[in-house]
Design a protein. Structure first.
Length: 307
């Protein structure tokens, strides 16, 4: 069964439908349990039940996932069922073709395993299958990995490094992944045809306040004017510099965003990021009814070497 159709009929985000099914996959749960572990009300969950059909049933006050529900979770159409081993091999081979990191762009590359983890999280969160996704900067080739899974509606990548764009374009063409690419400096804003278009945005910006703020703002500008958009943004700093995390928190609060998840030390870097332990955190953010962009400021210095 197509979970995207279920989410549309129930008026609930597809990622929330998938979250509930994954919770039931782990253990049977009551409506109250599901409400506590999601952002949904009791009423929304009860409404969802009328559209789930044979994917689950209620017994003794608890929701129980059926074999059909397990199959729906594992269906490629619903984002599941991809071969992690094959994806890891694909990413590893692509990374052997990457140019040397450019200090001017604060480039330091993640491990292939991190790229696979990113895609797996996108899949399990319902933020890849059937959705249009934009990568703001893609020095780690995560767009290629997302394209390899083959369930996204549309994949685009904006990247300042022409060498990276050429690599993504070449591999995408050879593998028929259909990734839209463009060389672009995000300090200049977004290209006109990228506004209010995407469901999901993923970005690993320069680890400065200006970098985080600018890339997050572009992410918000690029997504559709609805609360169902998802924003994945990375940030790393030393554990000895916790005050920097407070500044990042203030930026998130400035845009009145909901922190759906924060994954500490999620990204692992091969080398070059020793000052942050070669790791960074991953934030998953969502818009709220209070989200406002405010007046844009001119951006001049984004990178760590400019600070």
């Amino acid at each position: 069964m197509d979970l995207q159709n279920i989410s549309q009929k129930a008026g609930i985000k597809e990622s929330d439908v998938i979250d509930i099914l994954y919770m039931l996959h782990k253990e049977p749960s009551t409506t109250s349990d599901l409400a506590k572990r999601t952002n949904l009300t009791h009423g929304q969950i009860k409404r969802l039940s009328s559209f789930l059909g044979n994917l689950c049933y209620v017994k003794g006050g608890k929701w129980i996932l059926t074999k059909e529900g397990e199959k729906a979770l594992d269906s490629p159409k619903n984002g599941g069922g991809f071969d992690e081993g094959k994806l890891l091999d694909f990413v590893g081979e692509a990374k052997t073709l990457m140019p040397k990191p450019k200090r001017a762009y604060d480039q330091f590359y993640t491990t292939s395993e991190t790229v696979v983890k990113r895609v797996k999280l996108l899949v399990e969160s319902g933020d890849l299958a059937g959705r249009s996704i934009l990568f703001l900067g893609d020095g780690d080739l995560t767009s290629l990995a997302a394209g390899f899974v083959g369930t996204a509606k549309e994949i685009s990548a904006l990247e300042i490094d022409e060498d990276i764009i050429d690599l993504i374009k070449n591999i995408s063409n050879k593998q028929s992944l259909g990734i839209k690419t463009q060389v672009w400096d995000l300090k200049m804003g977004l290209p006109k045809d990228y506004f209010n278009k995407y469901d999901t945005v993923f970005t690993d910006p320069p680890y400065t306040e200006a970098g985080f703020d600018t890339f997050l703002r572009r992410s918000l500008e690029a997504t559709k004017n609805q609360l169902s958009s998802s924003h994945y943004i990375c940030y790393g700093t030393s554990s000895l510099s916790r005050e920097k995390f407070l500044k990042i928190q203030k930026i998130i609060d400035k845009y009145s965003l909901f922190i759906k998840g924060k994954y500490s030390n999620f990204n692992k870097y091969i080398s070059g990021a020793e000052s942050i332990g070669n790791t960074s955190d991953l934030y998953v953010l969502e818009k709220t009814p209070q989200t406002r962009l405010g007046k844009a400021r001119k951006v001049q210095k984004l990178y760590t070497w400019e600070q």
